[in-house]
Design a protein around this ligand. Structure first.
Ligand code: GTP
Ligand code: MG
Length: 367
């Protein structure tokens, strides 16, 4: 016999399925927009090569994972060519590139108080493309490229990954809880939350843990370890997604979304747990990680001056899959966590989003 709860769950999941299928047709950016972004990337590459002829500009983030929505920015990393030999020459590059971009007519600004130097720039609307494009350029950031490929590999394992990411991103943007600069979580953070749910929580799992697959014998050390400054990171994961067995989980997208909301509303221990997708089981404790009190630490700006980095906060603890000392949830401040990422959304919206079919249509427009 079907219990009342099971029937209720099934109805909510059905409604979410209807919502998701309409949304997915609307959210993905049109092909023309993607091609404008790729063209801008080509133009930027040419500009970078004026500074260093064999420099590379490598995209990462949603343009590569396929998780882009209409408002997505371009993320890319500048790798200087072999002409740049000394650390001093490298240190000068961000401000040289900033100047060059400004000369080329872009609105560009170098931020040095961030964790790593970054140029934020905007391409103004043009006659061909009426929408402005935002672009972030980072420097020598291998790990961002690596974790982008991890996300892409997970997306290749099961078609529901991308669908779920697009729906959750749509919802978080509508809810104004996808603004790391304003106290809430980055898109990358939401993707890690989704992966944790699909790898560790839903049964049977939708995804295997790619970081815990057997390492093939002929794997070189470079494929396992990455050295950055004084730190060595374990960056290995299985990219051989072709040989991964398809999931035994037959849930619809609506059922998975329903389960995701349910998990983060009622089951996940926000106060004591750390999401860690590299770990068996997917969870660590804040206590064991020492992620209990907010900290601030000294850091250097590109010009070598000492500064204080933004405080590390552990209200919401979400471990980066490779840079395990980095809390991706650090951007969530008090109001952002309790009024937003933790409470507002998961409790209230689960009820709203999963209400009647008529309600779903209304929420789509109102949320
Ligand atoms: P949209 O730009 O919102 O479409 O999403 P996105 O998928 O590009 O994600 P986002 O811009 O948040 O992050 C881009 C990439 O930055 C991620 O894919 C990661 O590779 C990298 N990254 C590494 N650490 C962090 C972090 O702490 N916060 C964010 N935001 N990104 C990180
Ligand atoms: Mg992005």
């Amino acid at each position: 016999p079907v219990t009342h709860y099971e029937q209720f769950f099934a109805e909510q999941a059905f409604n979410l399925d209807q919502l998701a299928s309409t949304l997915l047709n609307e959210i993905a950016p049109p092909e023309s927009e993607i091609s404008f972004r790729r063209k801008l990337l080509q133009d930027l590459k040419r500009i970078c090569q004026q500074l260093s002829p064999t420099a590379k500009l490598v995209p990462f983030g949603s343009l590569v994972t396929g998780f882009a929505t209409a408002s997505s920015d371009i993320d890319c990393v500048f790798f200087p060519g072999s002409e740049v030999t000394t650390e001093d020459e490298f240190t000068e590059l961000p401000s040289l590139l900033e100047k060059k971009l400004q000369e080329e007519g872009f609105n560009a600004q170098l931020l040095t108080r961030t964790r790593v130097p970054i140029i934020k720039m905007v391409q103004k609307p043009t006659a061909e493309n009426p929408q402005e494009i935002q672009c972030d350029i980072g420097f020598r950031n291998h790990l961002a490229i690596r974790n982008t490929h991890l996300l892409l590999s997970y997306s290749e394992c099961d078609a529901r990954v991308k669908q779920m990411v697009l729906v959750i991103k749509w919802w978080a943007k509508k809810r104004h809880i996808n603004s790391p600069y304003r106290g809430t979580l980055s898109s990358y953070g939401y993707v890690l939350m989704i992966l944790h749910y699909l790898i560790n929580i839903v049964q049977p799992p939708v995804l295997p843990n790619l970081q815990l697959q057997r390492i093939p014998e002929n794997t070189s050390d470079d494929e396992i370890y990455h050295k950055q400054g004084e730190n060595i990171y374990n960056i290995w994961f299985s990219q051989d997604t072709e040989s991964i067995q398809p999931s035994l989980n037959t849930s619809t997208l609506g059922e998975l979304l329903r389960g995701f909301f349910d998990y983060y509303s009622y089951k996940f221990g926000w106060g004591q747990s750390v999401i860690s997708i590299r770990t068996e089981g997917g969870l660590l404790s804040k206590q064991d990680k020492g992620w209990t009190a907010a900290k601030s630490r000294a850091a250097n700006t590109v010009d070598g001056n000492e500064t204080w980095e933004v405080k590390d906060r552990y209200l919401f603890a979400l471990e980066d899959p490779f840079e395990t000392s980095h809390n991706v949830g650090r951007t969530c401040n008090g109001p952002g966590t309790y009024g937003g990422v933790r409470r507002g959304i998961f409790f209230d919206d689960m009820v709203k989003l999963t209400g009647s079919i008529a309600g779903v249509a209304r929420i789509r427009d109102e949320l």
